[in-house]
Design a protein around this ligand. Structure first.
Ligand code: FCB
Length: 491
């Protein structure tokens, strides 16, 4: 075998094997395969039996084919085509062409040994105008994808909304500023889950409400690109969590009995600066209050007093029925965890905690927002369990962008992504070994893709994509991940 064949064996998923440098040939790029250690139940680093390992993507970021098979226009099509909005001037008209290459992509998932795949359904493919006339060809794509996944032993975990709001709803009602959008979302959710729940067991409602509300309507960095005053912003937030709750109700009414549903939220991730009882207590308070407009409301059916007080006259307008709907019982909580939002210490003054400034030298990954904080993957599940007794948790996204390049030998040596994943997974394993009910983990992302405002300038994939040829090349981290999955253990 020559070097190239050796690497292909190592990275190609033929056997569960990880490439390692041959001793004495440092820097030569020579890799050989070694047999993995079989997983054992009492391995101190292992995850619970049946732990779900997957990858994640979203429709607009990977599909392309924006004008095909009757798809309607989304607010992201409009936004990305507005000059000056996207860092590299790009858009996702083609993205990584997953719409046409999904079969190849499923094979790549399979080669990594993943048993689950979180993707999103593009609302404008199903209802091109957001509501009303349905587009059967749009649903056909997801039928084909689901069937392909199942035929390859991969469980589909679709999200119903990953930011690609049908543009018509924005134009006609003002998007999330209107209750009509929440109602339309529930109808769409009921329709899709009725059609897919014969094969799909778990659905996520909306991805990262906090992100698309705050960055889409406060700072205006994301679509639809608004800078709303506080009262209108709070109302957008209320409509988004209402959409989640109404969708849960619609799914209960329309989907097959036993279908499970939950959100996939970008919680404010908080970490006690030192693990003493006082700082931990303060962190619990911070977790509940900082997430008051989102997960706290969904899990408690109320806005906290502090949240309403801080909003004052700008507080959202809502009814008690709204709150009841928002807190419709869910089956699990999905959380996207990348970075610590705050390190917390105890405080005797209200609100009972103090958030500490980040040191300037705090290590970061390639994205400017991405501070390293592996312990978030321990604390987030632990706090969900402690505060709300959540019984089923999924890490719906975790990963990082790195400055990946194809080396002379054709491989992508993303050693820093492996470092990142190993550190975060070590903390997740700490959580599960202490009994936190985390059932699965989805690596963001399967493929390099359109990273919203960063365009194609930030690569989050375990699989490298050449944006000219659209050729896919598994990175070294794909081998690392495959090994983790094969052993059900961090190493
Ligand atoms: C999350 C988004 C996802 C991706 C990652 C890097 O906030 O849900 O689409 O952009 O960040």
């Amino acid at each position: 075998m020559n070097r190239r064949q050796l690497m292909q064996t190592a990275l190609g998923g033929l056997a569960a094997a990880i490439p390692v440098k041959v001793a004495g040939e440092e820097g030569s790029g020579v890799l050989k395969t070694v047999k993995p250690k079989p997983a054992t139940a009492n391995d101190a680093r292992s995850f619970p039996k049946g732990f779900v390992w997957g990858t994640a993507t979203s429709a607009y970021q990977i599909e392309g084919a924006v004008k095909e098979d009757g798809r309607g226009v989304s607010i992201w099509d409009r936004f990305a085509h507005t000059p000056g909005k996207i860092f590299d001037g790009s858009n996702a008209d083609v993205a990584v062409d997953h719409y046409h290459r999904y079969k190849e992509d499923v094979q790549l998932m399979k080669a990594m040994g993943t048993k689950a795949y979180r993707f999103s359904i593009a609302w404008p493919r199903i209802f091109p105008e957001g509501r009303g006339k349905v587009n059967p060809k749009g649903l056909d794509f997801y039928n084909r994808l689901v069937d392909e996944l199942l035929a390859n032993g991969i469980e589909p975990f679709p999200s119903l909304y990953h930011w690609d709001l049908p543009h018509t709803l924005q134009e006609r009602y003002g998007g999330w500023e209107s209750r009509e959008t929440a109602l339309a979302f529930a109808d769409y959710a009921g329709y899709v889950t009725e059609k897919l729940s014969d094969r799909v067991q778990r659905f996520f409602t909306l991805n990262e409400i906090r992100t698309f509300v705050d960055r889409g309507h406060e700072s205006g960095i994301l679509a639809p690109g608004f800078k709303l005053p506080p009262a209108r912003l709070n109302q957008v937030r209320h409509h988004a969590i209402l959409a989640h709750g109404l969708a849960v109700q619609a799914i209960r009414a329309k989907a097959r009995r036993g279908t499970k549903v939950g959100p996939a939220e970008n919680i404010f991730a908080v970490v006690p600066i030192i693990e003493t009882p006082e700082h931990i207590k303060a962190t619990e308070i911070a977790m509940r209050e900082l997430n008051a407009g989102y997960l706290t409301a969904m899990l408690e059916g109320r806005y906290t007093d502090a949240y309403l007080k801080a909003a004052g006259a700008d507080a959202p307008k809502f009814t008690s029925e709204d709150l009841k709907a928002i807190a419709s019982p869910i089956d699990f909580v999905g959380i996207n965890i990348y970075t610590p939002d705050y390190y917390i210490s105890a405080s005797n003054k209200p609100p009972g905690y103090q958030s500490l400034p980040f040191n300037k030298s705090h290590p970061r990954m390639v994205s400017s927002w991405h501070r390293l904080g592996p312990e978030t993957l321990y604390w987030a599940p632990r706090l969900l369990q402690k505060l709300w007794n959540v019984k089923e948790i999924y890490i719906t996204e975790n990963g990082c962008a790195t400055s990946d390049e194809v080396a002379k030998d054709g491989q992508v040596y993303d050693s820093d992504r492996i470092m990142f994943l190993r550190s975060y997974l070590t903390q997740l394993q700490r959580a599960t070994s202490e009994g936190a009910p985390v059932r699965g983990y989805f690596l963001w992302s399967l493929l390099d893709n359109f990273e919203w405002v960063a365009g194609y300038a930030q690569r989050f994939g375990a699989i490298y994509v050449d944006y000219t040829t659209l050729k896919r090349t598994p990175k070294l981290s794909a081998s690392f991940y495959r090994e983790v999955i094969a052993r059900n253990s961090v190493m």
